[in-house]
Design a protein around this ligand. Structure first.
Ligand SMILES: [Zn+2]
Length: 438
């Protein structure tokens, strides 16, 4: 039986480099919440895992929302009075405000400035701006570029299309022993932004690849969706599936070098909340835990009161609290293979605990069992290759009353989850425990 195990250190380096390489390949693509850049990104993910690509027509009602028109862009630039391009989409795709309608106009600088966006506090960086639900057009540029624009007549060209089409998303499911599901969801709708969006895509697709082919207790679902409208769309089409989601995480912001942050689900005390906190606490890494709030990423939709799914969000530095967020400085230098693989290791550990966190019943609960008689006392050799821990055996026997999970026992005893698991497996082999069906 091939179950999930910790990655070996020699595997880690290669996986980190693969994830980083994927980010390098996806970085230049102009993604948006719809359009061909999104499809191209889904096809790249298909090189790792066989996701199915779903297309939902513009105009489809999804709860209180409507799938917008599809946006595609071929070219965009602003030419200055000398006829030279002063802003060029081909230099950086953040230069165009997403969902800009097609335009070909001439106007003086003062009028053009109503459509220009910059960051005076970070004069070298280009901001990321969108106007999905209000028809508009605009250009984003560095403050330095803006300061260089001279008075005169400018030519503005945006060669885009905003037409009825589709919203695209990717979905992948691994069938486990149970139909109960673990959800991993990441947004894929940002253009050249690395930590916010691409790091989540790289980690989620790699995690899915690692879990494929293993013998798993839960089924696993991976969603590669446009932020907000994507999770709203998926939930509106999959209410029955959503009811089978037992644990979930929104994956993004996992490539920077900051401390880990776990944002709890709306429930606050779901098993996923406890498992992630347990894993972070024992990881030796710095981390913070935040309570749920109804803003952030797609956990807002999964945790809306009509669903209230046990879905948290495990990131590194939270969105909006690093200056590079939603700017051109969230680039290939801002993320690293080491940080990505470090994050992936935490996600794998979360899956390992979820997979093994079961409830057992002590079949011999009246007074202590004689461990020595069964070769379990001061014995060596558990299944996982470590000597059995007597304290762990006693804790598991004492707390296996059907009410306490192995995570409860690990937390109460202060012993590592894997030590408790190993003891439970040995006790099972000796018919001293049975699994509860809860
Ligand atoms: Zn974002």
């Amino acid at each position: 039986m091939n179950t999930i195990s910790r990655l070996k250190s020699e595997e880690l380096r290669g996986i980190g480099e693969d994830m980083y390489r994927m980010i390098v390949e996806l970085y230049p693509i102009c993604r948006s919440i719809t359009g061909n850049g999104y499809r191209q990104t889904m096809r790249r993910i298909q090189e790792i895992i066989p996701i199915s690509i779903q297309e939902v027509p513009s105009g489809t009602e999804v709860f209180d929302w409507t799938i917008p028109k599809e946006w595609n862009i071929r070219d965009a630039y602003v030419k200055g009075p000398s006829g030279k391009k002063v802003i060029d989409f081909n230099q950086h795709n953040l230069h165009v405000m997403q969902y800009s309608v097609p335009v070909h106009l001439k106007m003086p600088l003062q009028e053009l400035k109503h459509h220009l966006y910059s960051l005076p506090d970070h004069p070298e960086w280009i901001p990321y701006r969108t106007s999905y639900y209000k028809e508009n057009w605009g250009f984003c540029l560095s403050q330095k570029q803006l300061d260089c624009l001279e008075e005169g007549e400018y030519e503005v060209v945006i060669d885009s299309s905003l037409e009825d089409g589709h919203l695209t998303y990717g979905e992948y499911r691994i069938q486990g022993e149970s139909d109960e599901e673990v959800l991993f969801s990441c947004h894929c709708c940002h253009p050249s932004l690395c930590n916010d969006n691409l790091s989540g895509i790289a980690l989620t697709s790699r995690l899915a690849g690692i879990l494929t082919g293993l013998s798993l207790r839960y089924s696993y679902r991976f969603l590669f969706i446009p932020g907000a409208i994507g999770s709203i769309t998926w939930l509106s089409k999959n209410e029955e599936v959503a009811s089978r989601i037992k644990h979930g995480l929104v994956v993004t912001g996992v490539g920077d070098s900051g401390a880990f942050h776990y944002k709890k689900s709306r429930r606050g005390d779901a098993e996923i909340d406890r498992v992630v906190q347990y894993v972070l606490k024992h990881s030796g890494k710095s981390y913070q835990v935040r309570d749920f709030s109804p803003y952030g990423y797609d956990e807002r939709q999964y945790c809306s009161p009509g669903f209230n799914l046990p879905v948290g969000s495990l990131t590194r530095t939270p969105h909006g609290s690093y200056p590079q967020y939603h700017t051109s400085a969230d680039n290939l230098e801002f993320v690293s293979a080491d940080a990505l693989v470090d994050s992936l290791s935490i996600y794998i550990e979360v899956v390992r605990v979820l997979e093994n966190n079961r409830h057992y019943q002590n079949l011999n609960p009246k007074c202590e069992v004689r461990l020595g008689k069964r070769g379990l006392y001061r014995t060596i050799g558990g299944e996982i290759g470590q000597p059995l821990n007597e304290f762990a055996l006693l804790w598991v026997l004492n707390l296996s009353d059907g009410d306490h999970s192995l995570l409860d026992i690990a937390e109460r005893s202060g012993l590592a989850f894997m030590t408790i698991l190993q003891s439970a497996q040995a006790l099972l082999q000796h018919q001293l425990l049975q699994e509860c069906s809860t």
